[in-house]
Design a protein around this ligand. Structure first.
Ligand SMILES: [Cu+2]
Length: 222
């Protein structure tokens, strides 16, 4: 008797939940039943600043919604560069179970680029505006007590990062997973410099062997 009452309450509750989502729009977060897609909203990757001819760190992302703001899976999204240089890859992607589709954008050689996303029948596309500059070929960083500043640096391939010791405590610049490096072979020092040239694009982590909280990264771009 008691059990029956509880299961009936649960059924009523579930029904209400379904109605609330489908009726007022759950933004695709609830179990609504999607109709035809009528809207495309930006979901991530807009207004980034990065470097010429390098893929932007965050993928461009859109979400397809129906008239009730319910997320629509299976919508074919066409991506294009609307102004400026560069390219998107892929140029076509399909929305997933959450109504989301993505592409990777590279700004190319222009300072500003716009990229757009649309699907067949959509009145106006979603537009992303992105920015790019030349990466530095040489950059300096400070080894202080107890920090690296800047902690994260970006340099062009074949460019050099030079660390200058400025504190009173001994520190190292030691790379994770790469060749042992710095001052030399990771011997703690309190003054001087260490310069390293990076030839391959990628993200390289480094740390101080004396202070586990001192960490930094070097991102090498084209
Ligand atoms: Cu240290």
């Amino acid at each position: 008797m008691r059990l029956e009452h509880r299961s009936r309450l649960l059924a009523v509750g579930t029904g209400l939940l379904g109605f609330a989502c489908g009726g007022s729009g759950g933004g695709g977060t609830g179990p609504c039943t999607p109709g035809a897609a009528t809207q495309l909203v930006k979901n991530g990757g807009d207004a980034q600043s990065w470097y010429f001819d390098n893929p932007l760190p965050t993928a461009l992302s859109v979400k397809a919604l129906d008239a009730s703001n319910c997320a629509v899976p299976g919508v074919v999204i066409n991506w294009t560069v609307a102004s400026g240089a560069g390219d998107v890859s892929p140029r076509q992607s399909t929305t997933n179970a959450n109504g989301v589709a993505t592409t990777v954008d590279s700004v190319g050689s222009t300072a500003t680029q716009t990229a757009s996303a649309t699907f067949t029948g959509l009145a106006s596309p979603a537009t992303f505006t992105e920015h790019a500059t030349s990466p530095p070929t040489a950059i300096g960083a400070t080894v202080g007590d107890n920090f690296f500043s800047p902690r994260d640096t970006v340099v062009q391939a074949n460019g050099t990062v030079t660390w200058t010791w400025s504190g009173n405590n001994p520190h190292t610049v030691s790379f994770t997973g790469g060749p042992e490096s710095g001052n030399p072979a990771g011997t703690p020092q309190t003054s001087g410099t260490y310069a390293r040239t990076f030839t391959s694009p990628g993200k390289f982590n480094y740390f101080c062997k004396v202070h586990s909280t001192m960490t930094g990264t070097v991102t090498v771009v084209h």
